[in-house]
Write a protein that binds this ligand. Sequence first.
Ligand SMILES: Cc1ncc(COP(=O)(O)O)c(C=O)c1O
Length: 398
Amino acid sequence: MLSKRAQSLKASPTLALVAKAKELQSKGHDVISLTVGEPDWATLQVAAEAGIAAIREGDTKYTAASGTIELRKAIAGKIKNDIGTEYGPNEIMVGPGAKFVIFSALQMICDPGDEIILHTPYWVSYPTMIELAGGVPKIVECGPQEGYKITAAQLEKAIGPKTKGFLFCSPSNPTGMMYTREELTALAEVFRRHPQLVILSDDIYNTLVFDETKLAPHLLQVAPELKDRLVAVNGASKSFAMTGWRMGWAAGPTKLIKAMGDYQSQATGAPSSIAQRASLAAIRHGEPEVAETVKTLVRRKNAGMAVLRAVKGFEVMEPQGAFYFWVNLRGLLGRTHESRKVDSDSVFCDILLNEYFVATVPGAECGSPGFMRLSFACSEESFAAAIERMKTMIAKFK
Ligand SMILES: Cc1ncc(COP(=O)(O)O)c(C=O)c1O
């Protein structure tokens, strides 16, 4: 019955881990979940109220397939304000979450066999999305020595006759690392030499940044001429704590944005009118609440780093944005825990979940075996309690 595509399809590994954690919880175990890529705080008040008002006012019908003009103009205004790049409403499309927006961009970019360059550690969903679009993920390995970022030389080397695009995220899920302006300038030099490449810039965490700049540097700031082949993706899930509202958007060249809107009109129809009203309010009035969110995240990041540094065998680079710690476990692997050999991050995370009831994401899911991702979108107390359990586990290592 199933197509070849269906047979090779993998469910999202992080969502599967969340389900496993919930199953243990339902059996009465006190599970601490550090898996989720979603804020544990409420949707911005201004957004929630605008959503309720939309329902009350009957703003509950189909909108234009690519989103309302009002919202697209507001998104254009936000991008102009943040990055400095000007977009017209025809260069913006709104979809049901940044995930689907990236998915449809890849569908509209890739012909069978086209390569899209990614670097490790990557967001778990990228390779499968590329494959579902008929493309081939061309994966470049980046470890701690590169700060988990691709260098211009690595990028140049990865480009071949079949390369169609480059997809990246800054600040990164899973590492929290952020490209500097200098690093982006060096990458832009490579893009200039390869004008056939489409660049997908996943900016979903770009306002959850911990330094005084409050915003991640962007390729378009250092190389504005890339605008005609760059797709900037963002959304409401992370900065406005609106994961369940399903709201994402893209800014890019008219031709591609139109194709993505047409694709969406056939696949899902228009995004939710209610979520669009809520996002509009968040974009217009949400700044003070986002600033509070960032303060909370900085506090949690600092507290989390302090407890993580005390764990012998963990190596962690301080994240610059998003809400994840990327832990290097390699120093601990190869030892045994109660007669079970802990020879991979997957085994480490499996023991941690099934015996100590802490759910985490093994690095192998992000293309980097030997690492583990911990989300700190949870209370400082829960995070510290989870780390205590990890210490108890590691103390039993022989
Ligand atoms: C790197 C990255 N991009 C995109 C998304 C998609 O977010 P959404 O579909 O909720 O807008 C996520 C969510 O986890 C993410 O981590």
